[in-house]
Design a protein around this ligand. Sequence first.
Ligand SMILES: Nc1ncnc2c1ncn2[C@@H]1O[C@H](COP(=O)(O)OP(=O)(O)OP(=O)(O)O)[C@@H](O)[C@H]1O
Ligand SMILES: [Mg+2]
Length: 246
Amino acid sequence: MTETAETAGPALLEMRGVNTHYGAVHILADVDLAIHPGELVCLLGGNASGKSTTLKTLLGMVKPTSGEVLLDGEVINDKPTSYRVARGVTMVPENRRLFKRLTVRENLQLGAYLRKDPGGVAEDLERVFELFPRVAERLHQKAGTLSGGEQQMVAIGRALMAQPRVLLMDEPSMGLAPALVQQNFELIQQIHEAGMTIFMVEQNANMALSVADRGWVLQTGRVVLDDTAENLLAHPDLRASYLGEV
Ligand SMILES: Nc1ncnc2c1ncn2[C@@H]1O[C@H](COP(=O)(O)OP(=O)(O)OP(=O)(O)O)[C@@H](O)[C@H]1O
Ligand SMILES: [Mg+2]
């Protein structure tokens, strides 16, 4: 979906000139980004560059000190996280954060805790099983005993149970064995192709850009590159100069 992404209408989620602070410490500096319906886009950046803070700002867990956060074109700076979640903004947190002592089924059901349509919930559960047959085989297993790759599937499945309009993913490949990293991005691409809008934060630039439409590169809270995934992949010193890799 590179040129064909629907970028004409209002963005599903957007940040305009956003600044954030933790106490007196300035974290995000004049961040502009927009996620349009149907897109798979990524935010790249090294450690402590402000990636998780960006997600928390979109979800309302961190308030901007200036600038605007918009959902479907509406300024939502003062709206709580619950308002955003109710409108389909769903996060797959860093490290997956499953309830380790609960079963796989219970974890999945928790994703749907705000929903009042048991029939729809049951259908979506079936859809998650189709997407991840491995998860369906392990419904009664405690989530804490799953492998990293399986936990990732449950975390994505749980997020899908909330019927999101946009999935925010914080470093989905983190902690996965190298062999699973590729599989993880294939999974993300598969969900995207099924119609999901996805904004993922990643340190694995090559992998993220190989599936994404577009990306932004964050360096100490500032967007230093904003381009198509293709151009970012071809950028000669993306990794050395912007992501702090050697
Ligand atoms: N609650 C907080 N209070 C004070 N400083 C914080 C808080 N949360 C994050 N920070 C600081 O803000 C900066 C950006 O953090 P953030 O978690 O957004 O980075 P990140 O890009 O997600 O990093 P990583 O790749 O390590 O997850 C860091 O210097 C971090 O220490
Ligand atoms: Mg982070």
